[in-house]
Design a protein around this ligand. Structure first.
Ligand SMILES: CC(C)(COP(=O)(O)OP(=O)(O)OC[C@H]1O[C@@H](n2cnc3c(N)ncnc32)[C@H](O)[C@@H]1OP(=O)(O)O)[C@@H](O)C(=O)NCCC(=O)NCCSC(=O)CCC(=O)O
Length: 523
């Protein structure tokens, strides 16, 4: 069987498979080109951040889940928002009906955000927020709530996903067309540099492309190409590369194909370092470092015999750790069926704790360095990725390639190839195409209470009645005016949110000026 990226896997590797210039391609841990990891000591001085993606229902319920996770030893927070929030609609919008609180927490205003982080000291925990088109809005709400806790922007650590390009390619929660979206990203970079200097301004994500079927090489290539596009947009907006690049971060999947995945992470670091130093001329070593979060592959979980997923997740998490991830989410075994229960979420975290504290893996940096097979695969993936990045930019820009349907087409062809291999039984999925059980145990999934929507709608009505409506209108007018002209939109946005404008109202104001993206349908 070939590798998922398409290259041939040999039964035996030898010294002759190593690149001639291996030492130069490796460097030391914490040194250019960072193949061996971004920090000299890696996990020997601090394990990766255990950051379990969670959130559902109301802000109060999600807050309870975060406190449980922290009590169980999670070391970072990761917020899942519901679809209306991700699309910039309030819970009482007709389009939101039936979706409120389903795939994440419903956040309509600063009031919800305050509840979400109630009792959680924001100067002590780092928080990731999976939010893209309205990333700036949720970031500002976070900052406002932190300020209420007495925590200044300079003390805040965290990440917003803020990666709109992959939304057009694979994930789908875009609002505005590419041009104003890229302006919003650049505005966020500039705002964070001034106000939230420790904040990771973007999480450039291959995960969702991988879930849509991208091979490891495609995942890395399309993600790094998106990274190039963001840096170009920032530079075009007048920002210096070294002012923004140290706070870019990345996000990849970890599949069960362990060796190829370890090679993928190592190749990704090496290529990004080269792009930043050689192509963009970045001089700050922090600009060269590809720091990344990993999530185990949701798409590889099975609804059949779901407990087997615990084993898959352990192997996938192991790959992420051997690949040098900075932060990790291990999926719960029941995620192919429903939102995780409290127990399954705890088991997923325990899996990371076993990796960190029982395996001895945190004692040695980049244990695969010099391995014939892993070094050969790292070089193989590097070549494939370089070629694919070049093919993206043959279209002009990433946006041009998206509009030509290039990335989607490549990803779909790859998804089709893997699906055919599974259908033919060439690629084994335990419990699905081999070792199938005659009967399955009953499973009681966690269900989100439909009453949540009505309660959220009532809270919104109360908010609209209580607040100073004229102040909100004036702030939204100022936001429209900045959006239609020059200047950083985050400043008037902050004023509006502080006056208790809702997420939906702020996004509508921008929709009024910027319009909405209509994809070219080519499939
Ligand atoms: C950079 C990362 C990747 C990781 O940040 P972290 O703060 O966790 O880790 P870190 O930066 O490596 O480490 C924290 C601090 O410790 C320092 N540090 C760490 N290890 C060190 C070592 N060995 N030596 C010296 N210093 C070290 C770092 O320099 C840093 O400080 P300094 O900062 O001072 O240098 C960030 O972006 C992140 O946490 N991302 C998470 C993204 C996420 O959870 N996404 C969920 C998506 S869920 C999703 O999309 C699901 C599907 C869907 O919804 O569609």
């Amino acid at each position: 069987m070939d590798a998922e990226s398409g290259f041939e896997i040999k039964p035996v590797y030898a010294a002759t498979d190593l690149p001639d210039d291996l030492e130069a391609r490796l460097g030391a841990p914490g040194s250019y080109p960072y193949t061996r990891g971004v920090y000299p000591t890696m996990y020997t001085s601090r394990p990766w951040t255990m950051r379990q993606y969670a959130g559902f229902g109301t802000a109060a319920e999600s807050n309870a889940r975060y406190r449980q996770l922290l009590a169980h030893g999670t070391t970072g927070l990761s917020v899942a928002f519901d679809l209306p929030t991700q699309m910039g609609y309030d819970s009482d919008a007709p389009l939101a009906h039936g979706e409120v609180g389903k795939v994440g927490v419903a956040i309509d205003s600063i009031d919800d955000m305050r509840t979400l982080f109630g009792g959680i000291p924001l100067d002590k925990v780092s928080t990731s927020m999976t939010i893209n088109a309205p990333a700036a809005v949720l970031l500002l709400l976070y900052q406002l709530v932190a300020e209420e806790q007495g925590v200044p922007g300079g003390a805040l650590n965290g990440t917003i996903q803020n990666d709109i390009l992959k939304e057009y390619i694979a994930r789908g929660t875009y609002i505005f067309p590419p041009k104003p979206s890229l302006r919003l990203v650049a505005d966020t970079f500039a705002y964070c540099r001034a106000e939230l200097p420790q904040w990771n301004t973007i999480s450039i994500s291959g995960y969702h492309m991988a879930e849509a079927g991208a091979s490891p090489a495609q995942e890395v290539a399309f993600t790094l190409a998106d990274g190039v596009e963001y840096v170009r947009a920032a530079v075009a907006a007048g920002l210096a590369v070294d002012d923004i690049a140290p706070r870019l971060s990345f996000f990849f999947v970890a599949r069960t194909t362990l060796l190829e995945e370890v090679a993928k992470f190592r190749a990704a670091r090496r290529i990004w370092a080269r792009i930043m130093r050689e192509d963009f001329g970045a001089r700050n070593p922090k600009s060269w470092m590809l720091r990344f979060h990993t999530q185990t592959a949701g798409v590889q979980l099975t609804a059949q015999q779901p407990e087997v997923n615990l084993v898959r997740v352990a192997v996938q998490g192991l790959g992420a750790v051997l690949g040098g991830t900075q932060s990790l989410h291990t999926n719960s075994y029941d995620e192919a069926l429903a939102l995780p229960t409290e127990k399954s979420a705890r088991l997923a975290l325990r899996t990371q704790q076993v990796l960190a504290y029982e395996t001895g893996l945190t004692g040695t940096v980049d244990p695969f360095a010099g391995s014939y097979v892993v070094e050969a695969m790292t070089a193989e993936i590097e070549t494939l990725v370089d070629d694919l990045i070049r093919r993206v930019f043959d279209h002009g820009s990433v946006v041009d390639a998206i509009e030509a349907g290039f990335q989607k087409r490549e990803i779909e062809a790859s998804a089709y190839r893997i699906a055919q291999q599974i259908d033919a039984g060439e690629r084994v999925v335990v419990g699905v195409n081999r070792f199938v059980a005659d009967t399955e145990d009953p499973y009681e999934p966690l269900r989100v209470d439909p009453a949540i929507e009505a309660a959220q709608v009532r809270r919104l009505a109360a908010l609209r009645a209580e607040r100073d409506g004229a102040a909100v209108e004036a702030a939204l007018a100022a936001l429209r005016s900045t959006a239609g002209g020059q200047g950083n939109v985050l400043h008037p946005m902050r004023v509006a949110l502080q006056a208790r404008a809702t997420v939906g109202e702020v996004c509508h104001a921008l929709r009024d000026v910027w319009g909405v993206y209509q994809p070219a349908e080519r499939f």
